[in-house]
Design a protein around this ligand. Structure first.
Ligand code: 5RP
Length: 235
């Protein structure tokens, strides 16, 4: 099975949630990019939607495809957001931020009536944590913040976290997010309580946002080589 085919199948299945007249949040990453392509095709066939991208990369893709975009400041209601994920647990708790867009992704997801997550089935896990948890931090004092992030994760029950500054793919310097911040990637192996970790991280000064998305995704679409499985959640 090609992972891309599974991502594409998940993205295609998300189109059934889209209706004319909606304002949509557009996620970030390779799976979300497939959704943006499908959406552009439907728009050229007459679908009437307006969209808010969650990153500069998604903005550029959507603009190049002629998708109508709204500045986030003009958005009054977001009916639906479709986004990818790095890990998904059985309660629809997510790790996001592999593409460094977690802050904008969480703002838009949290403001949406409905968040649909699209992913290939390999993203479904029993317990979160094999994927390093991204934590977006202020550049000022980031080495101090990194120690406090380590402490917070330990307090929440993570055994031996390893906290590492994410580097830019071009050159040995910190990766800078669309919001001008840094990312700490936290290797946890296993996060025993996503709720406890989220709470502990959220009170660390210097932490702008963390990549744990809890009680946000109402629909999870897992793609495979044959199609996609749709799971619904209520909170
Ligand atoms: C970006 C994200 C992405 O949604 C996540 O990394 C999944 O990406 P992909 O669809 O390429 O596997 O959270 O910040």
């Amino acid at each position: 099975m090609s992972q891309d085919e599974a991502k594409r199948n998940a993205a295609a299945a998300a189109m059934e949630f889209v209706e004319s007249g909606m304002t949509l949040g557009l996620g970030t990453g390779s799976t979300a990019a497939f959704f943006v392509e499908f959406l552009a095709e439907e728009i050229s066939d007459g679908l009437d939607v307006r969209c808010v991208p969650t990153s500069v990369a998604t903005f550029e893709q959507a603009a190049a495809l002629g998708i109508p975009l709204l500045p986030v400041e003009q958005v009054e209601r977001i009916h639906l957001t479709v986004d990818g994920a790095d890990e998904i647990d059985p309660h629809a708790c997510l790790i996001k931020g592999g593409g460094a867009a977690l802050l904008r992704e969480k703002i838009i997801a949290n403001a949406s009536d409905h968040m649909v997550v699209i992913a290939d089935e390999s993203k479904a896990v029993e317990t979160l944590g094999a994927f390093p948890l991204p934590v977006e931090v202020s550049p000022f004092g980031f080495t101090i913040t990194a120690k406090k992030v380590f402490d917070a994760l330990k307090t929440s029950g993570v055994d031996q976290p390893i906290v590492k500054l994410r580097e830019s793919p071009v050159g040995k310097r910190p990766l800078v997010t669309d919001g001008g911040n840094y990312i700490l990637d936290c290797r946890c192996k296993e996060i025993p309580s996503a709720q406890a970790a989220a709470l502990a991280l959220s009170v660390v000064p210097g932490v702008v946002e963390h990549g744990l998305f809890i009680n946000l995704a109402r629909t999870i679409i897992l793609g495979d080589d044959e199609g996609a499985q749709i799971l619904e959640f209520e909170y």
